[in-house]
Design a protein around this ligand. Sequence first.
Ligand SMILES: Cc1cc2nc3c(=O)[nH]c(=O)nc-3n(C[C@H](O)[C@H](O)[C@H](O)COP(=O)(O)OP(=O)(O)OC[C@H]3O[C@@H](n4cnc5c(N)ncnc54)[C@H](O)[C@@H]3O)c2cc1C
Length: 446
Amino acid sequence: MIDNNYDLIIIGGGSGGISIAREATKLGKKVCIIEQSLIGGTCVNLGCIPKKIMWLASMVFNNCINASKYGIQINSYELNWTDLITSRQEYINGIHEHYCSQFQELGIMIINGSAKFFGNDSIKVNNQIYHGKDIVIATGSKPNIPNIIGKELGITSDDFFNLDKQPKDLIIVGGGYIGVELACILNYLGCKVTLVIRKDVILSSFDKETSLKLQENMERNNILIYKNTEVSSLNKDGEYIKVHLKGESQAIHASVVLWAVGRDPNLENLDLEKAKVSIDNKGFIKIDEYQKTSNANIYAVGDVTDRAALTPVAVKAGNYLARYLSKKEKFPFKLDNVPSVIFAHPPFASVGINEEQARQQGKSIEVYKNEFMSIGAKLEKSQIKSFIKLIVCKETGQVLGCHILGNGADEAIQGFSIAIDLGLTMDELKKSVPIHPTFAEELVLI
Ligand SMILES: Cc1cc2nc3c(=O)[nH]c(=O)nc-3n(C[C@H](O)[C@H](O)[C@H](O)COP(=O)(O)OP(=O)(O)OC[C@H]3O[C@@H](n4cnc5c(N)ncnc54)[C@H](O)[C@@H]3O)c2cc1C
């Protein structure tokens, strides 16, 4: 007879679910993960990893274009989309294999199917009932699609990663990080890209001035940006899709339209009411500072909660929860200074508070900034400008925020994130010896 009783049932085998499963198993719990699609979730299959591979490919393609500026003659190069997707998939398959062998080694049971609550402590999958002393909801999020006429003509980021041929031209709707990253990647890969944003500047939750500097670089790279507007409807026009914009008399058109207008928590078909799990006013699962829901034995981690929707945040919450449930941790889960990177061209990295947040919080601050052209940009005559900005507390000299835009920013931010976490002051930063010639040296020379 099969034993369907577990210490811990985890719904969702993405970044959050896997991290809690691994840690809890190491701490002696009997664990199963229920996954309705591919193990690894959004990050591995439809997010960070395939996106980063496309970003790397777009850099290589752009380097081929600029090779002659460095005296390198490349007689012919072209993008073979199918080969790129095959390489990308091989890499992702490797991650799947690694997970499978690790789960086997640790004794984590994987159940394929869609989970729904059957009761307070039980889950139904494929007509089987499973009981858990504790249950974790780690079902992530899904792309939002606006409810307008013709919405079905657009694709989402999930569909983008399944495209079997390169779009020659496309319109991306949404100025959040997914829209911006895909716009930059496809632009460097040679597509004609138009971006439609609701506000005057992309990336509304980031430092506005740095976001504007990125936006100007995107425009220098010939991405056409329609600002302060929204899509009112779509319709098919021969091989094109026509996009009607509020306040614009002429429709714009492209062969592909991509919705990048936010993501919603993935709660579909979970039957949460059977487990008496509440959601908050934004539709996320309501949790306390220990990741606990309104049901004392049910927890939630990752994008299904209102914490920053980033893989490392889901992973840290998962690790914390495993330790908390094993009584190895008794303090609330807290994350300060979450760094993030927009894999644009050039990349934009950020940690700590931005200028708008500092002013809203009534902090007395000094702002240090510098705009410059890198050696590469000058050689390539690309007009791309790098920008760095530090938000510093006037009284203590403590660095409260770091916002950097330029090639190398994606890697440089990790060290600054540690330093800011440790309470770095401007005097300490200035004592540091620069590494020359690099992008990051500008931060200590500021
Ligand atoms: C295009 C894109 C790019 C991104 N880039 C980055 C990046 O560069 N860096 C970064 O840190 N983050 C990035 N993210 C965000 C990151 O992917 C998420 O924050 C992370 O995957 C969240 O992990 P999670 O475990 O909460 O959810 P997910 O990884 O989404 O996992 C949830 C899993 O639950 C499963 N599931 C849902 N409902 C059920 C059910 N009822 N039964 C069984 N299984 C179910 C789903 O199939 C899924 O596999 C990106 C996201 C996107 C979309």
